[in-house]
Design a protein around this ligand. Structure first.
Ligand code: CP3
Length: 343
């Protein structure tokens, strides 16, 4: 059995202190990240440069001794590998060519072709699996189909995912075909990451919260279940973390219904409710508000302790409820880690 703390928690073990890592731990709040990004030229060049992408993945491990490293890449590389144009506008975020018709869909590449673009990412995973400390778990990841589709349909991030909801209502067939294509591409992408050395994978469904009722089950839950079943069939025992962000009451039962080994909780989820309704099914990850990494102080310590205490009776991975933001103070990250590990 693995001695790595993160893998032990994922296997359902209750540990003395929870393993810890942080979403977006390699990011702009770190001066060493900004320097490496500068060297690469821009964000996408950094993603596709295996040496430099491995370097920024390792930076937060060296600085903080996290229990896990997450591959440095982006969820929008899959649309790019499928043939969508992708670029980042400074201060505004991602832009993509849009998919809103059968014609747009037909112009995309077949799933088998994605590895032509994504090859450097697998190389990054290989470098990391050689270079990481022996007690650090390597996490691979991809966006969940619904979240990736919201960007592909709108061509950018949207506050309410309006264009994706519109397409799903007005041209359900095209919408569902797009979701299927992303689902298949995600299986192949994550499967290659695992073959290259990822020891766990995480599915980011950042916009799951804008789906409700039957739509949530069809477009968030079912694709996750399909991806997880296929990955586990190909790579027996591979642990999967699912992050249906802002799923609210739909967090209950999500792990069981999808086969995920762990669900990541956003910071809107009430601790007592999560202990009773979610952690009883297995490992949970989360869920400190990332704003504490900006504001610090006693509130950061108190809230960190409250989360560790609440989940101490079962398997838990400490993390933020969403990614750390560029205005965060790196010192607050160390305070959070020290608080989690002080026992
Ligand atoms: O967590 C990590 O350290 C691993 C790397 C990682 C990135 N993006 C790097 C990144 C991961 C896991 C992601 C996931 C991701 N990307 C999500 C899902 C999680 C979430 O945050 O909800 C989404 C929706 C994206 C799409 C994306 N990428 C957006 C909307 C943006 C722009 C917003 C922003 O923060 O500027 C990105 C860019 C991005 N991805 C950055 C990083 C470090 C910032 C790029 C830069 O250096 O300028």
């Amino acid at each position: 059995m693995s001695q790595k703390k993160l893998l032990r928690a994922l296997a359902g073990e209750t540990l003395e202190t929870p393993p810890i890592w942080m979403m977006r731990q390699a990011g702009r709040y770190l001066p060493e990240y900004r320097a490496t990004r500068e060297k690469a030229g821009d964000f996408l060049s950094l993603c596709y440069n295996p040496e430099l992408a491995a370097e920024v993945t390792l930076q937060p491990i060296r600085r903080y001794d996290f229990d896990a490293a997450i591959l440095f890449a982006d969820i929008l590389l899959v649309p790019q590998a499928l043939g969508a144009d992708l670029w980042f506008v400074t201060g505004e975020g991602p832009r993509l060519s849009t998919i809103t018709s059968q014609r747009d869909l037909d112009a995309l590449k077949p799933v088998d072709d994605i590895h032509d673009t994504l090859g450097p990412i697998y190389e990054t995973v290989q470098i990391l699996s050689r270079e990481l400390p022996s007690d650090t778990t390597l996490i691979g990841f991809a966006g969940a189909p619904w979240t990736v589709a919201t960007y592909m349909i709108a061509g950018k991030g949207t506050p309410d995912q309006g264009p994706a909801h519109l397409l799903r209502q007005e041209d359900t067939q095209v919408f569902e075909a797009l979701l299927d294509l992303i689902t298949e591409a995600t299986i192949e992408y994550l499967s290659r990451q695992i073959s290259a050395g990822a020891e766990c994978v995480k599915l980011f469904d950042s916009w799951a919260g804008s789906l409700s009722g039957e739509a949530f089950d069809k477009y968030a839950l079912a694709p996750a279940a399909r991806i997880i079943a296929e990955l586990k069939a190909r790579h027996p025992g591979i642990p999967v973390i699912a992050f249906p962000r802002e799923a609210g009451p739909k967090y209950e039962g999500f792990a069981k219904a999808t086969g995920a080994d762990c669900v990541a909780l956003d910071n809107s989820v009430d601790l007592d409710w999560a202990v009773e309704r979610v952690q009883r099914d297995g490992c949970v990850q989360g869920n400190l508000a990332s704003s504490h990494m900006v504001t610090g102080g006693q509130a950061l310590v108190d809230e960190t302790r409250a989360i560790v205490d609440a989940f101490s009776g079962g398997p838990h991975i400490f993390n933020l409820g969403h990614g750390i933001t560029p205005d965060a103070d790196p010192d607050n990250v160390q305070i959070m880690i020290d608080t989690v590990r002080a026992k």
